[in-house]
Design a protein around this ligand. Structure first.
Ligand SMILES: O=C(O)CCC(=O)c1ccccc1C(=O)O
Ligand SMILES: [Mg+2]
Length: 323
């Protein structure tokens, strides 16, 4: 892999993609794309991430651009609809963007909202789609007692699992033992992708399911190894990527020996623009696991402003020593 700064900076295309729905507090998504010997790779750590963390995302992008992907065991990947923490009146409009998804992931525990907001949002999904699977994602926003209260309030909507209800591994372990009687599984996300040891949560018996993302874990190969070693069922998810990054996630999902859950790779539907004229959005509830190449005209149309490109170049320079 060529890690010389100048050559990498010259290869890098930074685009800013508008979102159709506000998500994670932002209205657009900046991503950097690299062409390589095997295809295109996406580097899109969130803007607030420090170099050490963002460097793992860079390794994933360069590996995906420069190396052939592992063999696919499936050519399409079933995905969930992802519902941001919107008001009940906006739920139908967001869900209409996802074609044929049989699972909906509902964001809960949003800062500035209360449990009644979550209950109302989940109730609206259940009312609109009586037969879908519903999972919720709190992004670590609850304490153990709060999480137990919330899960008990949401339980009768029939939850597939609750993702990262609490921030820490000991809290997850405590909640898991309290929820065992309710038989609602716990999925770990941040406890995998932001942990110094992604296997700790599995070893601690603190989760039933692992959410794995190719970029934060340092690439498709690294993520496959983590899942193999953890010995837990895995759900591949996106970080609100462009279609190039989503296809890296689909490559991971396509190579996993077992894929018992729908994957969080339907988020292309939350973008109002993408880098390809045929975006990787769910069709009949699935996305393709093939590679995606950006369209030069769309790269140009959505090119980030010069000062933003300068920022990403500085970021690149700051991350290289951590590779
Ligand atoms: O898993 C999904 O359904 C979509 C991806 C998603 O929710 C997400 C997207 C960006 C940042 C964090 C998260 C998350 O899972 O917490
Ligand atoms: Mg999550």
């Amino acid at each position: 892999m060529d890690l010389a700064y100048e050559r990498l900076a010259d290869r890098m295309h930074v685009v800013s993609l508008p979102l159709a729905t506000r998500f994670r507090g932002v209205e657009s998504r900046e991503v950097a794309l690299f062409p390589g010997a095997a295809g295109w790779g996406e580097w899109s750590p969130f803007l607030e991430y420090e170099p050490e963390e963002a460097a793992r995302w860079l390794r994933a992008a360069l590996e995906d651009a420069d190396l052939e992907r592992p063999a696919l065991l499936r050519t399409t990947v079933p995905v969930n609809a992802t519902l941001p923490a919107v008001a009940p009146s906006a739920v139908a409009g967001v869900l209409a963007r996802y074609d044929g998804c049989r699972t909906v992931k509902v964001k809960v525990a949003e800062r500035g909202q209360v449990l009644e907001d979550d209950v109302a949002r989940v109730a609206e999904v259940r009312a609109l789609l009586p037969d879908v699977r519903i999972r919720v994602d709190a992004n670590g926003g609850w304490g153990v007692d709060e999480a137990e209260t919330a899960v008990r309030a949401l339980e009768h909507f029939d939850l597939e699992y609750v993702e990262q209800p609490c921030a820490s591994v000991p809290e997850l372990a405590e909640l898991r033992s309290r929820l065992r009687r309710l038989a609602i599984p716990i999925a770990a996300d941040e406890s995998v992708r932001k942990a110094s040891d992604p296997l700790l949560v599995a070893r601690a018996g603190a989760a039933d399911v692992l959410v794995v993302k190719a970029q934060p874990l340092g690439g498709v190969r690294a993520a496959l190894a983590i899942v193999a070693e953890a010995g837990l069922p895995a759900v591949v998810s996106s970080a609100l990527d462009s279609s190039v990054g989503l296809s890296m996630g689909a490559a991971l999902a396509g190579a996993l020996p077992s894929l018992p859950y729908d994957c969080g790779l339907g988020t292309g539907a939350l973008l109002a623009a993408d880098v390809t004229p045929s975006p990787l959005v769910p069709v009949g509830g699935s996305i393709s696991a093939d590679r995606v190449a950006p369209d030069p005209a769309l790269l140009a149309a959505h090119a980030a402003a010069p000062e933003r490109v300068a920022h990403w170049r500085e970021r690149l320079a700051a991350c290289l020593p951590h590779l």
